[in-house]
Ligand binder design. Sequence first.
Ligand code: ZN
Ligand code: FE
Length: 251
Amino acid sequence: MKSVNILTVEALRDNYIFLLVNTKTNEAAAVDPSDAKPVIRALTEHNLRLTSILLTHHHADHIGGVAELNASISGLKIFGPANETRIPLITHPVNTNDEVIICGENAIVLDVHAHTRTHIAWYFTGSNDLFSGDTLFGGTCGAIFEGTPRDMFEALCKIALLPHSTRIWCSHEYTSMFLPEALRFEPSNYKIAQRIAKVSKIRAEGKHTVPLLLSEELDTNPFLRFNNPEFANALGCPTGWPTFEQLIKIS
Ligand code: ZN
Ligand code: FE
């Protein structure tokens, strides 16, 4: 994805809005704009033209800025999950496995419903960039509000099967909060301890831990390590294969 760049915009308390930028044309797409003001500021600062909005799910901290952006910018394409009446203003409803071109790049729609009934993720095949909303975070997964643990398990499996070099642009900065919990279940996993040290340095410097790297999540995120024997033991599963239901219950 040589001609595309991704900018992170901080919003609300711990939300991230991402701007996918085509550096040749200066067109941009905003992912989950929870607030219009910081998006408009970033567009002005970088001299960008917003042409699309990509949405993952209906929560206010993901769509809160859509109406204002739509009112102030004409011709916006607004992409979001089909069959979701709780998101107004969608101009381009999408379904699982749909492929769309955004800022000149190919994106596939992944069905990752669990956090909400119609939650989707956007995977850019050329650059291995995943915009995952509230499905996976650094060291943990999203809350299951409308799906079942099985739904979340399937959503996380889809993410785990992407190339290990995939960058995961999740919507909240939660990494430092949840990694200590991961270490509690896998005390001998030195990669978790190393990551905790790395993350606290990053945060102390005021930097972001997002994008996450899928390879690092596979090494340290309990919700991608449900078949790890030590972790299973900590959950009291003598078979070595905890169910996802057990995982959800203790977290
Ligand atoms: Zn949410
Ligand atoms: Fe959220």
